[in-house]
Design a protein around this ligand. Structure first.
Ligand code: GTQ
Length: 361
């Protein structure tokens, strides 16, 4: 219905008619036909007062997870599955293969004698080893044999296959930046014709060199230009645990995070990957952390000990190999009943690169 407005004396002001809502509605319908919408209806969703998350705090207890993952061993081989993984889906994001809005997580298992065939993809992956010993990930020609607590990097486009020559199943947590990569709609991947890569270096080569503070002099491509990701493939628990232990003993205890180290790219001091960063923290027995929040949604894994994390009033009790999620900007505080070690990974480096990361109390 047309509204007479030409003769209004107070033109420029919104019309004080009783049917303004109906008039607006008719207008929205007209602009909608041209794929346009009024900003003023969505302004507060687009620019909220505080960060808003779709994710929920959640914990997966290893007791439940392990037996279910083990069961998958008789349902499908690693070869057929390509990767035998149970995805950890945030309960608020079911069906989206996301543990947070930007990250994917899953529990992967590789049985004795199996091979998960070689492929590569744009998404970067990390593994955090939960159980087993003596399986390996081969990344860009280097085999990294793994043990519990090891933190393994498979960077963007690095070819990788996994194998288990040991006599025990190995289980690890995978975290990939796939949802973030898919946000830009830039995901590619390809399988390799051969199941396994040719090895081009000695096993564990990268940690031997970079972890000792020496650079391989004959690899100018790697050492000349700083890379935006670490050259180290496996940050072993055997080497990082004693460092957080030492920090704890010497009182290097952050009141919120405990005795915590950041995994770094030894060439630049920057994060291990441009999209994901990780920490290892030792919490002393009876630690009661101060509340903290930051805009990176964080995945924690308990590597040792027992405790609880209060997330926005919800208490998540954890023990060894439990995986928990703290959504972006939710206030949390850790406490430890025993001396504990927490590994964590988040999208903080991506947010920092974009200048959007924030932290607070
Ligand atoms: O090991 O390459 O959990 O490509 C998801 C996708 C693991 C892997 C996952 C992958 C991998």
């Amino acid at each position: 219905m047309a509204v007479a407005s030409a003769k209004r004396p107070d033109k420029g002001k919104p019309e004080a008619t009783h049917n303004i809502e109906a008039v607006r509605q008719a207008y929205y319908e007209r602009i909608s036909k041209l794929d346009m919408a009024p900003l003023w209806k969505v302004m507060s969703a687009l620019v909220p007062d505080e960060p808003v998350t779709r994710c929920k705090p959640v914990i997966w207890r290893y007791n439940d997870v392990k037996s279910l993952v083990m069961e998958s061993g008789s349902l499908i081989s690693a070869e057929e599955a390509k990767r035998r993984v149970l995805i950890l889906e945030n309960p608020a994001l079911r069906g989206e293969s996301r543990v947070t809005n930007t990250l994917y997580a899953g529990i992967q298992m590789i049985m004795p004698g199996e091979v998960a065939p070689a492929h590569r993809h744009v998404s970067s992956a990390i593994r955090f080893v939960l159980d087993g010993e003596g399986a390996y990930t081969a990344v860009a020609g280097e085999k990294a044999f793994m043990a519990p607590g090891d933190f393994v990097i498979t960077a963007n486009w690095a070819p990788h296959d996994h194998g288990n020559p040991s006599d025990k199943p190995m289980l690890w947590l995978d975290v990939l930046d796939a949802p973030a990569v898919n946000f830009f709609e830039t995901s590619f991947g390809e399988d390799f014709p051969s199941r396994m890569q040719e090895t081009a270096r000695r096993d564990g080569d990268s940690l031997s060199f970079y972890g000792s503070g020496v650079l391989p002099d004959l690899r100018p491509a790697e050492t000349a230009a700083p890379m935006n990701r670490t050259p180290v493939i496996n940050y072993t628990y055997a080497r990082t645990r004693p460092i957080v232990e030492r920090l704890r003993q010497e009182g290097g205890i952050d009141p919120r995070h405990g005795a915590r180290v950041r995994y770094a790219n030894p060439l630049s001091g920057g994060p291990v990957l441009p999209t994901m960063g990780a920490y290892l923290a030792m919490l002393p027995k009876n630690f009661r952390g101060e509340p903290y929040r930051s805009t990176d949604g964080t995945i924690f894994v308990c590597a040792e000990g027992r405790g609880a994390t209060d997330v926005d009033g919800q208490v998540l009790e954890w023990s060894r190999n439990d995986v928990l999620v703290v959504p972006p900007w939710k206030r949390y505080a850790h406490r430890a009943a025993e001396q504990s070690v927490l590994f964590s990974i988040s999208d903080r480096p991506a947010q920092e690169a974009l200048g959007i990361w924030r932290e607070g109390e």
